[in-house]
Structures are given as structure tokens and as C-alpha cells.
Design a protein around this ligand. Sequence first.
Ligand code: BV6
Length: 608
Amino acid sequence: SNPIIDTLYKDPKHPMNVRIGNLMNQMTIEEKIAQMTQIDREAATPDIMRDFSIGSLLSGGGSVPRDQATAKEWVDMVNSFQNGSLSSRLGIPMIYGIDAVHGNNNVYKATIFPHNVGLGVTRDPDLVKRIGAATALEARATGIPYVFAPCIAVCRDPRWGRCYESYSEDQKIVEQMTQIIGGLQGDVPPNSRKGVPYISGRNKVVACAKHFVGDGGTKDGINENNTVVNWHELLSIHMPAYYHSIIKGVSTIMVSYSSLNGVKMHGNKDLVTNFLKGTLRFRGFVISDWKGVDKMTVPEHANYSHSLLEAINAGVDMVMLPYNHTEFRTIVLSHVKNNLIPISRIDDAVERILRVKFTMGLFENPIADYSFVDKLGSQAHRDLAREAVQKSLVLLKNGENADTPLLPLPKKTSRILVAGSHANNLGLQCGGWTIAWQGLDSKNLTVGTTILNGIANAVDPTTEIVFSENPEIEFVKANNFSYAIVAVGEPPYTETAGDNKNLTIPEPGLSTMKNVCGSVKCVVVLISGRPLVIEPYLNTIDALVAAWLPGTEGQGVADVLFGDYGFTGKLARTWFRTIEQLPMNVGDKHYDPLFPFGFGLTTKGIRA
Ligand SMILES: O=[N+]([O-])c1ccc(O[C@@H]2O[C@@H](CO)[C@H](O)[C@H](S[C@@H]3O[C@H](CO)[C@@H](O)[C@H](O)[C@H]3O)[C@@H]2O)cc1
């Protein structure tokens, strides 16, 4: 029979620590282990949430209620699971997380902001903070109060498939961009205790600094591989942004799949417990990555019981399973009963999880409403994303010399050519982590403005625009174009699928670029998650723009190409000359880049 429940913990009049203590004293060990459990929505039902008191749900990349689900459908889905949780014995609300890494990117019609590789170029922490605030609203529009962002990786090798999720190779820029946490969660009140999780209200979300630690420093940029650094390199390159995130009140931190000097981060007690929770005084909760515990072994899940023992004892508080909550519960229960995981470790984990849930007001407001649905893809957010695109572009070449610049382009001329696979394709300009986990090569993936749309909006109505993705040389020569804009680059990719040892411009983009630029004055707009091999073609290119992965607001590209706004972006990543030079980062003894860190030509805009 269920003992009478003391509902003091539900009363916000009491101090948080009293509420946490009152609740924990009533929780069974099974309920405590359940709070440490995060499963994907695909593995959950309201009944499971009720019967097991599961602490958290997530949408993994691309895990949506249905294709092109509306904001209201998202809210209804989240609430149906939450009502299950609220009908559990103690009614502890669950927290729903999603990867909103460049806007609420799984959601159809969401504003898709430039990926971090472009935001680092802006060196504008205030802009990034405003993007955080907009992202929080677009997450709340779908009823979601927790996002697995920001990624504060310091990518040290562009061969890494996740390099575009990193703001820069320079930790000082990454530190600056932790300002996004204030946008996502709200600003920590002055003179409040450091290291304590903070969320200011229902228009903000719980953030997650990831992936702890050294994810961007793996050997040859091999995803989830081994980062070999000494203590000084770790503390001066990969760790500072965590210190800044904690000072800014980040509520959760996600552990990296990678290893540090041969030790799997998911089992690294020295760094997760002793350093992060001890030395840095982090008081929020530490969450594993997706199957991060399974992946402690090869093959994955080979000795799950031992991996769970190691990960939880190392300091992981919540495990992103994301399936099979019963297996997890059985194993962890057994480790606690056999005293292999001390109950004090379980209590520390649950206390941290509850502290975040109480701090964010989840007990007071567990059910989402439709009050933010109009924020999803709002014009104000699209205008903000457009500003970010403008500031993220880097002008690498502008004519043969300063006296004969090609940019800004004239809006009024007889006829222009727009070419390239990436000129009219929202999926390609958004990149990975967009609608689908891997992104999609799809022209109308979601709602937005392609680069071609933007050009058409920008030029004089009398200017004829001819669009051809991959024109023949004869066609280009025969049509007397004033100039051509060629948008080419990488296909969308995410994580290991993006690991790449040669970093060449994929076909047919390379041929398109050579055919067009060999026949008419051309501006190449490179859409990529990182620097690519470009030196062999520089002589045939009249102007070169690095646009990174701009997202849905392609108008921002035309704004700068045609001079409404000036080019201001400066490289936040070294542009290598040849692949053999990698890894090569600013400050290295041997530094011979094609374009150095901080490089970027400028132009004057008529508006700014
Ligand atoms: O079908 N397969 O072959 C396949 C293979 C691997 C998969 O692996 C999984 O795919 C995605 C879901 O489909 C998951 O998002 C993760 S990624 C991980 O997930 C977290 C939550 O989304 C993010 O915050 C982290 O930053 C990120 O490192 C995983 O890699 C999925 C499917």
C-alpha cells in the first residue's frame, strides 16, 4: 500500500533545499533511479512515464511527432507524456530535451540560424545571446523546456565531422560565445552563488554545455576518438568555456563520447566528479550522451552492467539511454543493492536533477500551453537570423587587387547567372541537424529563403536572372552575363558521417565552379561546415565568400553581396593551404595558412 504522501515539496513557499529533502526522503530507490533515466519519445508512453516515474524524455535527431508537425502538435505530445508523469505516485514532472543547436532545428518552420562555425566569425556575443533568447522561445513554442546546447567544443581539426558545431579553434572566441547561455536560460542575478543552475522563467529553457571535455581535440578529428593533451593544453584550450558556462549558470553539462589520454570521458571520475563538480563547483546535473554508456565498450553494450557502474560512479547523473529503461533500472538497482554504487552517489545525482527541476519552476508549471506557438519561425527571429548571416560571411578574395573589387555587385545590369547546387536548396544551406538528424539535400526542406530567392529579392527588377545548377561552358559563354554567382559546397552531414580526410569541394560543385569561373566574372559562395581545399582554383575565382552553413535566411547572403551591408566577418578558423598541414591552428609554431585566423576583407554597406 502507498504510504500517505507528504506534499510539502509541492509548495513553492518552502526553500528549495527543504523541498528537495522532503521529496527525496519519500522516494523509493526505484523512483530515484527512474529520475536518472532519459529515454527517447519513441520508447515512451504516458503509462510508462506514470508507472516508472521516468525523469526525462528527449527527441533524438529527427525524432518528431509526425512530419511537419505543428507547434501545437508538439505541445500536445509533450503534455501527454507529462500528464503520465504527473499521475505517478509522487507526481514528479519529467523534463523534455531536444537538440536546438541552430534554432529549434528538428521542427518544421522553425527559424534555422547559422551553425556555430559561422557565429564564431561574427565575434558578437550580444548577437549570439539574442539568438539564444530566440531559440528558447522557439523551443517553448513546442512545449520543450530543455535544449542540448550550446556545443562549446574547440574544434582543432576541420576533418572532424562536427567541426561546424564549434564556434572556433580559438577558445577565447568559444568562451565569448557562452553568452548564448544567458539568452537561453536568462542572466544569473548579480552576486548569486556561482555554479548553481539558473533558469529565469517560462520563456527560457534549461541549457546544456557539451561535450565535456575535449570533444574537438580528437586525433585527426576522428569523431568520438581519443584526445591526447597535457594538463596545460586541456586547461588552456578545452576547459575554459566550461568554467565560463558554469559562471553563467549553465544547468546541465553533457559528457563527450571521446576519450582523454585513453580514458573514456563517460568513465572519467577524475574530470567529471573531482574537477567539474569538485574544483569547478558545478551544481547542476551531468548527462551522458546518446548511448554514451553503451559506447564505453567495443562493441557497444558489450558489458553494459560494468559500463553503467563506471559511468554513474564517475559522476554521470542522468543517462541518455535512450531505450530500454527496464534493463537500466534492473542493473543499477542491483549495483546499489550490492553496494557497488553507493546510495550517496544516487542521492547526489537525484538531488542535482531535482535542483534543476525546482529551479526552473517545473513543479509549478509542468504543463506547456500554446502561448508561444507564434514565436516559431517568427519574422522577428528570421530577421535576427538574417543579421547573423550577414555578419557570418567572410570575404576571402575580391578581384585581382584592391583597385578592381568585384564586390559589392551592381544590382542593376542586363543579365546575371546564378549557378551551383547550393544556390536554391534550403536543405543544403542549413546543413546537418536540420529536420532530420543528418539534415537533407532537399530544396524545400522547411520554410525559408534560398540564396537564389535572396538574389532575386535584391536585384533591380530590370536585371534578368538566369539560374542553372550546373551549366555547360558553351551556355555560359554564349549568354553574355555581366557576372555569375556560384553557390557550391558540402552535402549535409552530422557527426561521424561528416568525418573527412580530404576536404575537397564535392562534385558537381567543383566542375560548376571551374566551368562558370573560367568563362565569366564569378563570385563563389562556399557553403560548408569548415574550410575546404580551394587554393588550386583561386586564380580562376574572381571573388570568394565563405558562407559556412547559413540556415533558412539566405537573404542575408544577398544583403552583403549587393552592398546593403558590408562584409565584416573575420575567420574564426585557420584556412589551410593543403590537407597535409592539418592539424594547424592559430598560435602553432609552424603556421603557413592560405588565409590566417582573423583574416577577412571588408566592404562598405550602404545600410551598415
Ligand atoms: O540509424 N543509425 O544507423 C543510427 C546510427 C547512430 C545513431 O546515433 C544517434 O543519432 C541521433 C538520433 O538519431 C542522436 O541524436 C545521437 S547524436 C548525440 O545525441 C544527443 C541527443 O540527440 C546530442 O545532444 C549529442 O550532441 C549527439 O552526440 C546518436 O548519434 C542513430 C541512428
